[in-house]
Design a protein around this ligand. Structure first.
Ligand code: DAK
Length: 263
């Protein structure tokens, strides 16, 4: 298994384990608050991993105390409406949506505000029992601005989303699981390993199939059912042009493990 030594940016650390690219947010003193430069580094690492054919899944994490406690409030405090509207901040978040490689968030501790929004930008969330999710922007005079009112509502439904967004209510990992915000909850000491296990399971699949499957699910709520089904069918047909589809089905017939080449 290829394991590359971690590369430390100022506030994120990236590493590679087998076919999994790992991005760790590394500002523990401020609970991994997402400064502009952290967001820039996260997006750039995602894009670098996405361009690398050897990387088949991405794991995003923080530390045990915090995934991320939100955007860096100290950077936002003096911003003007014009600066907010003219800044490239939102464009960075949009770039995450264009990543084709599946992204798994490993969340322990606080995932608040922009931290919760960032976790929701990932394709699935593995939570530690200690994880806490919330959109507390209302407590500091604003509202979610990076998808919190939209992705949260799609994930947990209007009733819970309104409760969280209007009152700043935080939910724990079990509630998040019950409401469909996270995929799995595990004891704190296992959350990273579980997320890595999920990444490795995804990385073992045919890469094109994983990318197309991600795209299908990601687009599910954007279209009418009829359009979405027809879109899904096109993605499905496309996979019959890959060598990996032939390999996967031949391996089934021959009762052996498939060897996918990403072709
Ligand atoms: N920003 C900056 N510093 C933060 C921070 C944050 N979001 N969260 C925590 N810190 C810092 C604290 O200031 C403290 O620093 P020192 O005082 O020691 O220097 C240190 O982290 C430890 O925090 P606490 O002492 O407060 O620790 P506690 O355990 O007592 O409390 C807490 C933990 C997470 C409950 C508390 O720190 C807290 O309420 N934090 C703020 C949570 C929050 O309001 N998050 C939402 C922020 S607004 C945008 C896209 C997205 C956004 C904005 C724009 N665009 C595309 C333009 C998103 C906005 C947000 O997320």
């Amino acid at each position: 298994m290829a394991v590359e030594a971690p590369v430390a940016d100022s506030d994120i650390v990236t590493s590679v384990e087998g076919a999994v690219g790992v991005v760790r947010i590394n500002r523990p003193k401020v609970l991994n608050a997402l400064s502009y430069s952290v967001m820039q580094s996260i997006v750039e690492s995602f894009e670098k991993f996405d361009r690398d054919p050897e990387i088949r899944a991405i794991l995003l994490t923080g530390d045990e105390r915090a995934f991320a406690a939100g955007a860096d409030i100290k950077e936002l405090e003096d911003a003007t409406v014009v600066e907010m509207a003219m800044s490239q901040q939102m464009e960075r978040w949009d770039r995450i949506r264009r990543i084709s490689t599946p992204i798994v968030a490993a969340v322990s501790g606080f995932a608040l505000g922009g931290g919760c929004e960032l976790a929701m930008c990932c394709d699935l969330i593995i939570a530690s029992e200690t994880a806490v999710f919330g959109q507390p922007e209302i407590d500091i005079g604003v509202m979610p601005g990076a998808g919190g009112t939209q992705r949260l509502t799609r994930a947990v439904g209007k009733a819970m989303a309104m409760d969280m967004v209007l009152t700043g209510r935080r939910i724990d990992a079990r509630e998040a699981l019950a409401h469909g915000l996270v995929s799995r909850v595990v004891p704190m000491e296992l959350y990273y390993d579980e997320a890595m296990k999920v990444c490795k399971a995804i990385a073992a699949k045919a890469p094109m199939a994983a990318r197309m499957a991600k795209e299908g699910v990601s687009r599910a709520l954007d279209m009418s059912l009829e359009t979405a089904l027809s879109y899904e069918r096109r993605l499905f047909y496309l996979l019959f042009g890959t060598e990996d589809q032939k390999e996967g089905m031949a391996a089934f017939r021959e009762k052996r493990k498939p060897e996918y080449k990403g072709k």
